[in-house]
Design a protein around this ligand. Structure first.
Ligand code: ZN
Ligand code: ZN
Length: 358
């Protein structure tokens, strides 16, 4: 059913893509000769309007993020009329392309859904074919333009990660509030990965928001407070600060929210057999060897579902507590990527076709 819907959307988009549909012209798209790359304005204008209309539709949180038709059209224009598609997309995200020195703070008022859409556009259109697995280390061969898109992607992902961590740490504080009277039904399940998140906040103290730093310190203090009754800590938080390698059971240190290196097996000098382990994009814990959810856009994995509230945030919350205590359920019922917003899927063998929402 999911594939059928995607297919129908794609066919409709390509069928109507170049047609003039009398969509209200809420934007004055001036296309000069430099943008047209040999096409006529009459040919490109309907495409530009339809792409903008589609992107605006997907800003509604109740609409599933299945945008591979828009991405396919944008990719084609990137090849044949690159300045045109850059012009269209810059109109849609006008202020975000001006990457300023104040880092992610300028993204505080951008809705999570829009951040997800921008991340997809960055990866699928402007950084397609480049090395974006390690955005912290831009490759020397990247063009200046690609570096800017990479910077934008990194800022967006950090912003979303801070929202996720802020929500999770607030959940931990909320459970502590309730501990005297008992836990909520699925409170424990929400708190997997809290020690890893606290460590991430400590590592990135110079970069994370002050609110997050305070939250991390408060949760860390609570964890320390309960050290004398570790059994209770385990029961409450269902997570351990110490992690083990999924392959050799050696201890694993927290060094990055993306991956971990196990240095447990060193049979002899020069014979290092380090294990590189992926971390869950939701909980930051080392992924188990059991099947996990896989995002076809950012290629991250997750073993836990992100909170539903992450996808609905209109901006960085001033206070997470009302969101944590809201009645809208603590867990998202669908496995959505926390950094791309699309439906994740189980990995399938290469010879099986799998649907791609982007
Ligand atoms: Zn290992
Ligand atoms: Zn993703």
């Amino acid at each position: 059913m999911y594939q059928a819907r995607s297919l129908r959307a794609a066919i409709e988009f390509f069928w109507i893509g170049g047609q003039q549909l009398n969509i209200p012209l809420y934007v004055d798209l001036k296309l000069n000769n430099e943008l047209l790359s040999g096409f006529s304005e009459e040919e490109l204008l309907p495409w530009g309007i339809n792409i903008l209309w589609s992107l605006n539709q997907f800003e509604r949180c109740d609409k599933h993020l299945v945008v591979w038709d828009v991405m396919a059209a944008s990719m084609a224009f990137k090849q044949f009329a690159p300045r045109f598609i850059y012009h269209i997309l810059s109109w849609w995200l006008p202020n975000l392309l001006n990457i300023s020195s104040d880092g992610s703070r300028s993204l505080s008022n951008v809705a999570s859904r829009k951040l997800h859409l921008i991340n997809i556009i960055c990866r699928r259109v402007f950084l397609s074919g480049t090395e974006v697995d390690k955005p912290d280390e831009p490759k020397s061969e990247s063009s200046e333009e690609e570096k800017l898109w990479m910077q934008l992607l990194m800022r967006n992902e950090r912003e979303l990660r801070e929202r996720l961590v802020g929500f999770s740490l607030s959940s931990a504080l909320c459970v502590d509030d309730n501990s005297a009277t008992g836990l909520r039904g699925n409170g424990c399940q929400d708190l997997v990965g809290i020690p890893q998140m606290v460590q991430w906040v400590r590592f990135d103290r110079d970069c994370v928001r002050r609110e997050l730093d305070l939250l991390g310190s408060e949760v860390g203090r609570l964890t320390t407070r309960y050290v004398s009754s570790k059994k209770r800590l385990q029961g409450l938080y269902k997570c351990e600060t110490e992690e083990q390698c999924s392959y050799c059971s050696a201890p694993v240190q927290f060094e990055s929210p993306e991956f971990a290196i196990c240095r447990g097996q060193r049979p002899n000098v020069g014979g290092s057999r380090d294990h590189k382990l992926l971390r869950c994009s939701v909980s930051m814990r080392v992924c188990p060897v059991t099947p996990t959810w896989f995002c076809v856009c950012c290629r991250r994995r997750a073993s836990k579902l992100a909170p539903h509230q992450l996808y609905m945030m209109p901006g960085f919350p001033v206070d997470f507590m009302p969101l944590v205590r809201s009645e809208n359920g603590n867990l998202c019922r669908k496995p959505l990527c926390p950094l791309c917003g699309i439906l994740m899927q189980r990995s399938l063998p290469a010879f099986l076709l799998s649907p791609s929402p982007v």
